[in-house]
Design a protein around this ligand. Sequence first.
Ligand SMILES: C[S@@+](CC[C@H](N)C(=O)[O-])C[C@H]1O[C@@H](n2cnc3c(N)ncnc32)[C@H](O)[C@@H]1O
Length: 187
Amino acid sequence: MAEKVRLRFPVSMLWMLDNKFRENYGSHKSLLLKLGISRGMHVLEPGCGPGIITKAISTIVGEIGWVFAFDVNPKMIEQAKQKLSTVKTVSLAVCAAHQIPIAEPKHLFDAIIFYYVLHEIANRERLLLLYSSFLNKDGLLIITEPRVEVNRDFLCTEIKQVEGAGFELIDQSQTLPFRSELVFRKV
Ligand SMILES: C[S@@+](CC[C@H](N)C(=O)[O-])C[C@H]1O[C@@H](n2cnc3c(N)ncnc32)[C@H](O)[C@@H]1O
């Protein structure tokens, strides 16, 4: 059955995600390195939006790595394509998180990163079980959430949902006051 997606991030607010200040001063690269992204990794990025985080991931994984980034909103992928047109190691697609077109063999990725996305997705338990099958042994599941929208209780619920899908929480941080960061390992 097709996933019903209610777009919670309006295109009229795209400027908040896609601006030079966020791109240049967001220290995304150092955060991603701290959270476990490294050279040569194959990374899945659901809900990539305009591609700012995708670009930072691609600079870390380098030419021997690969990033598969997708978003349900075609406008977001349009922006990401403009930004990443010269980067050969990034594949971009318009699709919904529950309908990701991954064929067998499934164990493709070393890391999956939900950057400000997981709280927007319905049926998280089902999604997380599916995504666990996309990860290599010891693969990482990285989640960042905005604290304005995801309060402590909601974050605890998300942690339980991820653990219930067969992951172990290995790091929890808050390098900026408005962002929560979680790193899980597949067990
Ligand atoms: C707050 S934005 C974050 C975008 C990007 N990760 C960033 O930090 O720049 C959330 C994104 O998730 C996407 N999204 C929400 N639900 C989705 C779903 N079910 N499948 C795929 N993408 C989804 C939205 O279209 C939006 O682009």
